[in-house]
Design a protein around this ligand. Sequence first.
Ligand code: FE2
Length: 232
Amino acid sequence: MLKNQDIKKIINKTLNIDTNDDKETINESLVANVKQFNMNTEYLSDANKSNHLQLYKNYVESFNKISAELDGADKSDSNSNNSAFRSLKIDETYNMNAIYLHELYFANVNDPNSKITMDSLAYMRLARDFGSFDDWQKDFIACCKASRCGWVVTYYNFYTQTFMNTLIDLHSENVPVGFYPVIVMDVWQHAYYKDYLKDVKTYVVAMMKQFNWNIINKRFEKADKIVKALRG
Ligand SMILES: [Fe+2]
């Protein structure tokens, strides 16, 4: 039987989180760093790609600014009608999700030669929880068409204990509680309109052809390890 401390160690190791307990705890603002991505795709124009990467950098800058402001924010005036603290907390989630989702997206749509195999964990889990791999694809595409302007994510749901698809409007509307993302598609208009106008389905199908299944499969493996650790 695993103890809570053991579970925490396994999850931290799985997510590559620094667990140096000797580290001095200091009360300072969170800082995000811009990561480098190679959007290796011929299905998007260079102008689209550079514009998208710049947008991502802007979210990092916004998050760091908000984080610093929150560090010194006056919490005594916090209220649900109109308070600077409340606005900063809403913007914190919005920009933090924008950064994380973009990083997951850039990393999983960059392999024109990648193929999923039937014996891969990703294939088996999707087939198990959606009925078949084809059913997962149909559901994923339907979600992409249904998002108003936002994201579609295949994720492990810690409540239902299955992989599910969800659509997110903007960066933070309709984000399920208990959410571990494994496949991410950007369906903001800025991701495709320059090359595909309003044809979101053609854009999504093109991106799905070059999912990096090596990276995605590693995310499924991490999800499996976390689930096993939590079950004890
Ligand atoms: Fe985007």
